[in-house]
Design a protein around this ligand. Structure first.
Ligand code: NAG
Ligand code: NAG
Ligand code: NAG
Ligand code: NAG
Ligand code: NAG
Length: 477
């Protein structure tokens, strides 16, 4: 991303204000009965005192703000017995809704059992400490496998629809589209009437490639495309109008995904937008939107160096590592403070030729993951692969899958203001806690791996599960 593109983004800071208004309007439309079955996030932006966006501010190491001690045991994963779901348009969807009601009941029972401290798990599961409520998650996952049906619109043509990038930085965009369209997925249905969610398989990355004219600063071709697409499907089928888009989803890893989604107000305000650029200050709403992990596959594959990590304790001589361009607001702070300052903290803009990026990750205890031009960083997933504890340096970033995962079990978050104290903070992590973090990383890895074809519990399934959770929050009367 170029500097001028950021300028475009900064123009959109008024979005915050728009969003506040939006929340009020949406709440009114939903007759004030907007208490949800799930709170899909740990940082719930909607408060009793009136809808508003809360700024995320990360505190030092292990984030009290992110999870209190009891949080892992009584997370906001499923709100207690609430009959007041988000309600929309009075049109029947009986079979589908009955199935969802049963799923809600089953998940709620598991959630309650865990909260009563019944720790027996139904699945042969990885260590439960990486989950907010392991029983609720596993039940929800199984219910998803049993029931979830996705209708993928067939409208639209190559190259922008039905395809997406499958290598480089926006990999997750193309891989998801391919998997849901062509993979051996049990989730796709051709029977549009019995779907739970409707997917619009266009690629924002390809829109930028084929529709955007470089240096024009003009993104209207993208918003027009999205707007036209929704006009077509909402005229041809009854589904969009029935829910005003609330049971529809789009997915984009490109930084401009949020902007493209402005092409239709209902898409922006009501649909599930699955985005890498999950910036809660730029309209990302964790209650209905999904944070998509960014995974950088240079030639379409994970580097062989990260594929299998030696299980024995190999020496990690460096305390922390970062190498990357001076993009965005946070990296200059990091580089100004630490570049060339301390041999324990390997902080580089460009890595010297003699050093190898992934080898450096494998030789470091902590991998620094500052936001760049967008909040997401592919380093987070690379660090998980490298068993190098990710240190999240970001603001307003809704972390992927944080409605089910306890990020504090496998990463560390450091407030941007504390970057000058980075060495002190990381050195102070006790050995015992470090070992536990590594254990967490090993347990969580499967949720961040891209497989082709997809495998249970991998990143494809976790993305779908996030969509499923948001669909559970929606009740079509
Ligand atoms: C839970 O929901 C059921 C069915 O809607 C209702 O009968 C029951 O009273 C509710 N329980 C609580 C504690 O709200
Ligand atoms: C704990 O949960 C398991 C699995 O659902 C169940 O079989 C068992 O009876 C529960 N134990 C208690 C003490 O409630
Ligand atoms: C959905 O609503 C739009 C706008 O009101 C309308 O033009 C369109 O015909 C409707 N679609 C269907 C299938 O009725
Ligand atoms: C969201 O909805 C509000 C109210 O309908 C509308 O004014 C606003 O433009 C919408 N947002 C976007 C980005 O379309
Ligand atoms: C997130 O959004 C805010 C508000 O527009 C912006 O100031 C900030 O730079 C964004 N973060 C990133 C990393 O782009």
């Amino acid at each position: 991303m170029e500097k001028w593109q950021r300028i475009w983004f900064s123009l959109s800071s008024t979005v915050t204000v728009t969003l506040i208004i939006t929340f009020v309007v949406v709440a009114l439309i939903f007759c004030g009965s907007d208490s949800r079955f799930f709170s899909t996030t740990s940082f719930d932006p909607v408060h009793d005192g009136g809808p508003k966006l809360r700024q995320l501010s990360f505190s030092v190491v292990q984030l009290q703000s992110f999870a209190t001690a009891s949080d892992s045991l009584a997370p906001p994963f499923l709100a207690s017995n609430s009959s007041a779901h988000r309600s929309v348009a009075p049109k029947k969807k009986k079979g589908v809704e009955e199935g969802l009601a049963r799923a809600r009941g089953a998940i709620r029972r598991e959630k309650a059992a865990w909260n009563r401290r019944n720790r027996s798990l139904t699945l042969n599961a990885p260590p439960s400490f990486i989950y907010r409520n392991p029983r609720a998650f596993h039940r929800s996952y199984l219910e998803m496998e049993k029931r979830l049906k996705v209708y993928v619109y067939e409208e639209g043509e190559l190259p922008i629809v039905h395809d997406g990038p499958c290598k480089d930085i926006y990999t997750t965009e193309g891989r998801f589209i391919h998997e849901i369209e062509n993979g051996a997925t049990r989730f796709r249905t051709r029977d549009s009437k019995h779907a739970h969610v409707y997917f619009m398989p266009y690629s924002v990355t390809w829109m930028v490639k084929y529709l955007y004219k470089p240096m024009t600063y003009n993104m209207t071709p993208l918003t027009h495309f999205v707007s036209d697409y929704i006009n077509v499907i909402s005229t041809k089928y009854p589904f969009w109008n029935r829910s005003q888009g609330a049971d529809h989803f789009m997915l984009a890893c490109h930084d401009w995904g949020p902007h493209a989604s402005r092409g239709n107000p209902d898409l922006y305000n009501r649909s599930i937008r699955v985005l890498c650029n999950a910036n809660s200050s730029e309209g990302f709403n964790p209650q209905k939107d999904v944070s998509l992990p960014e995974i950088h596959l240079y030639d379409g594959n994970i580097s062989p160096k990260l594929l299998s990590i030696p299980r024995q304790t190999v020496p990690r001589p460096y305390l922390a590592f970062f190498a990357g361009g001076l993009h965005g607001p946070i990296r200059p702070i990091l580089l100004n403070n630490w570049r060339g300052k301390d041999p324990d903290l390997q902080v580089h803009e460009y890595l010297p030729k003699k050093l190898d990026y992934y080898t450096m990750m494998l030789q470091s205890k902590f991998c620094l993951c500052p936001s760049g031009h967008e909040v997401a960083s592919p380093r987070i997933v690379e660090a998980i692969y490298a068993e190098c504890v990710p240190v999240i340096l970001s603001k307003n970033y809704a972390l992927p899958f944080s409605d089910v995962l306890r990020w504090e079990a496998f990463s560390i978050q450091v407030d941007v203001e504390d970057i000058p104290r980075l060495k002190e903070i990381l050195s102070a992590v006790p050995e015992k806690k470090y070992r536990k973090l590594i254990q967490g990383i090993r347990a969580v890895r499967q949720h961040f791996v891209l497989n082709s074809p997809a495998k249970r519990f991998d990143v494809f399934h976790m993305i779908l599960h996030s969509v499923w959770l948001r669909r559970l929050n929606l009740k079509l009367n």
